[in-house]
Design a protein around this ligand. Structure first.
Ligand code: ADE
Length: 270
């Protein structure tokens, strides 16, 4: 596999979260590895490799490893949906992770609960300045005037689901091999991790692989449900209607080299 300078890896767990972006890559060539299709092409003129990780931490870790070690990406963007746990985090909002951890990691009493055995840490932190640039750029893409102007995601799509103007949050996202769908499980997570904003099933695994390889990463999650007793209804409705549009609007915004107030895209490419 030839290495292309500055190629960015773009991942999502499910087709509904990635399809619109793949459709935006008409020049893409597909390479198959480990049962996954890697679409190699361009978005906004930037070299990218897009891939579906499938669901869960192991699938996400394997896919991230391939993106870095075999496809030579210089950064990874993970986009998809999550359940909202923070009090102010509503369906349709976006959370940019500035910390990630596995809520189902527990090797106690050998190691403290949540600690990554042998690494001495519980939380992983993506690079701070990149995370802030991402937060600011996503807020621009989702602001009222951008949505009114139309594009991948417009006010019309939000109105169809009864969604308010999206807010962008930055904070802790937790991952585990579990679809959280009860108020009791949410309360347990909030009790142990009071600053948690969202729960999903891949982000901390992507973060751990990128951390070990020293590759910058961004975990970007749109809230599809509140991880409560209606999550099993809200999740499929969100994912089949707007999830792909959110991913498309946000990732194209991050890779846009001509965005106002930015010199180059958020990854620093001119
Ligand atoms: N992804 C989206 N909603 C989720 C939930 N409630 N639990 C885990 N992952 C999710």
């Amino acid at each position: 596999m030839s290495f292309v300078a500055d190629r960015i890896g773009i991942m999502a767990a499910m087709p509904e979260e990635l399809q619109a972006l793949i459709d935006s890559m008409p020049d893409a060539e597909v390479v198959r590895r480990a049962g996954r299709d890697f679409w190699i092409g361009h978005l906004q003129g930037r070299a990218v490799v897009a891939v579906l990780s499938r669901i869960g931490k192991v699938a996400a870790a394997l896919t991230t490893t391939l993106l870095v070690a075999e496809f030579g990406v210089c950064a990874v963007i993970f986009t998809g949906v999550a359940g909202g746990l923070g009090a102010a985090v509503r369906v349709g909002d976006v959370v940019v992770a500035d910390a990630l951890m596995q809520h189902d990691m527990d090797a106690s009493p050998l190691f403290p609960k949540y600690e990554l055995p042998g690494q001495g840490i519980t939380r992983l932190h993506p690079e701070r300045s990149l995370t802030r640039r991402v937060r600011d750029r996503v807020a621009e893409v989702l602001d009222v005037s951008s949505l009114a102007a139309g594009g991948a995601l417009s006010q019309v799509h939000l109105d169809a689901l009864g969604l308010h103007a999206p807010r962008v949050h930055m904070g802790l996202i937790v991952s585990g091999d579990q679809f959280v769908s009860s108020a009791a499980d949410c309360d347990t997570l909030r009790h142990h991790l009071p600053d948690v904003l969202a729960v999903e099933m891949e982000g901390a695994a992507v973060a751990q692989v990128c951390h070990d390889f020293e590759v910058p990463y961004v975990i970007l999650r749109t809230i599809s449900d509140r991880a409560d007793d209606t999550a099993h209804v809200d999740f499929p409705r969100f994912i089949s209607t707007v999830a792909s549009r959110y991913s498309q609007a946000m990732v194209l915004g991050l890779l846009d080299r001509h965005a106002d107030q930015h010199v180059g895209d958020v990854f620093g490419a001119a």
